[in-house]
Design a protein around this ligand. Structure first.
Ligand SMILES: [Zn+2]
Length: 437
């Protein structure tokens, strides 16, 4: 086995430089050491078992458990710096160690695919999509020459045993993650604009051409847009995340509601199967009970799976309030969302391509705040070469965020004070909702 440093590919030069710095300054004791780096992952079949191993800089403790709907194995870890292409975990059954291919041709892998990444500050997670009912044999970390190896071992189990274990897993996750206390919403003189970079951390979002990763594309765009809006000094601008961390869909909505946001813009990028590589351009979505078309329904279903992709147990939707006041507020909010969506497409097309059907609607969870006008901007398709070239370009990002900032400016300029989303109705609505959100 080669040493850990020698095993680092040349393209990890940034990490190499960082480590060199850490070694050079190693005399000082660091109170908060950098998280260990993981450099590779592989799947092996041994007998009936499927093993998923990560090569790490040093050992970390792990907490494995199972979840159902869909069937997943979760491994919770302290923070790990995964320097591994997320595409490694796609259809991992096909990618399993070539040396094992012959010996285990008859044994199907229990792993359909897997993801890894940051969950929250100080926490990381591995999410394994299972091909069938499985039991966790072990999750152990052992020193190997020059590095460490973390291995999850899965074995086939009965459906009943899996379900029982998955219920225990859900209970364990619920216990480990107490709801964060809502931070107080400081009053703001300026309208609050919440920009929501889609996905993050262990939830990578779509993976596209040229190693494009949706969570990075959305964060780069959102940060540039936030900088432009802040420079105008007209708004209080809040990002739902400003680094590579997982934020549940419901929490994104709660952030906007807690701050009494006047506008919520969720930023995403889609990817289609390779036979649809010609599909291109941006689409602006609003929320609706019924999807405008099959493609909108597909996108919403996919985007709504973000929590599940990050290894979160499916939670029941918060109970919607069904009264007339709620309905009125929601209808008014949706009208504002439509006005902004229409204007956003007009501004967007000045500097970029629109999809041939650029205004659509569907049941996006992240757009469901009843009192915050909300749109979801799919910037383009990571499966399209021209779109990826744009999304990778700082010049395009600069021009297009200027257009989105202009659309936001126009949205607020249109609103005379007396026609702003009925503040009184909103206050009354909030008064009817005890606790909950
Ligand atoms: Zn997305």
């Amino acid at each position: 086995m080669v040493s850990f440093l020698a095993a680092i590919p040349l393209n990890r030069i940034a990490f190499g430089a960082g480590l060199a710095f850490a070694l050079a300054s190693g005399a000082a004791v660091r109170a908060d050491p950098a998280p260990p780096v993981a450099i590779s992952a592989h799947v092996q079949i041994t007998g009936r078992d499927t093993r998923l191993s990560f090569i790490l800089q040093s050992c970390v403790p792990s907490e494995p458990y199972l979840l159902q709907n869909p069937s997943r194995a979760i491994v919770d870890l302290p923070e790990v710096n995964f320097q591994i292409d997320p595409a490694e975990g796609l259809s991992s059954a096909a990618r399993r160690d070539k040396r094992q291919e012959h010996a285990s041709a008859e044994t199907p892998s229990l792993i359909a695919s897997y993801r890894f990444g940051r969950l929250a500050p100080g926490k990381s997670r591995i999410v394994v999509d299972l091909t069938g009912p499985a039991a966790i044999v072990s999750s152990t970390c052992a020193a190997i020459p020059g590095a460490a190896e973390l291995t999850l071992v899965l074995t086939p189990s009965s459906e009943a045993a899996f379900k029982a274990a998955a219920r225990a897993g859900a209970a364990r996750q619920a216990q480990a993650e107490p709801a964060p206390p809502p931070p107080p919403a400081p009053a703001s003189e300026k309208p609050v604009v919440v920009i929501d970079p889609g996905h993050g951390g262990v939830d990578t979002g779509a993976l596209g051409r040229n190693h494009a990763i949706e969570k990075n594309v959305t964060l780069a765009f959102a940060k540039t847009l936030a900088d432009k809006l802040r420079a105008s000094d007209r708004y209080r601008v809040v990002l739902t995340r400003d680094d590579d961390v997982f934020v549940p869909l419901g929490e994104r909505v709660r952030i906007a509601r807690r701050l009494n946001a006047a506008l919520f813009v969720s930023v995403h990028a889609d990817a289609l199967a390779s036979n649809s590589a010609e599909v291109t351009g941006a689409t602006v979505y609003t929320v609706s009970d019924r999807a405008s078309d099959a493609e909108a329904a597909r996108i919403a279903e996919h985007e709504n799976m973000a929590d599940s992709a990050a290894g979160e147990e499916a939670k029941e939707n918060a109970n919607d309030v069904n009264d007339i006041l709620f309905d009125l507020t929601r209808r008014e909010t949706r009208a504002f969302s439509h006005v902004f969506a229409r204007s956003l497409t007009e501004y967007f097309k000045v500097a970029g391509r629109l999809n041939k059907n650029p205004r659509r609607s569907a049941g996006f969870v992240v757009l469901k705040a009843p009192d915050v006008p909300s749109v979801l901007l799919e910037l383009g398709y990571l499966s399209n070469a021209a779109d990826v070239a744009d999304l990778d370009s700082a010049d395009w990002r600069d021009k297009e965020t200027s257009q989105v900032a202009k659309a936001i400016e126009a949205f607020f300029a249109q609103q005379k004070p007396e026609t702003q989303p009925a503040a009184a109705a909103n206050a009354a609505l909030k008064a009817t909702q005890t606790g909950g959100n």
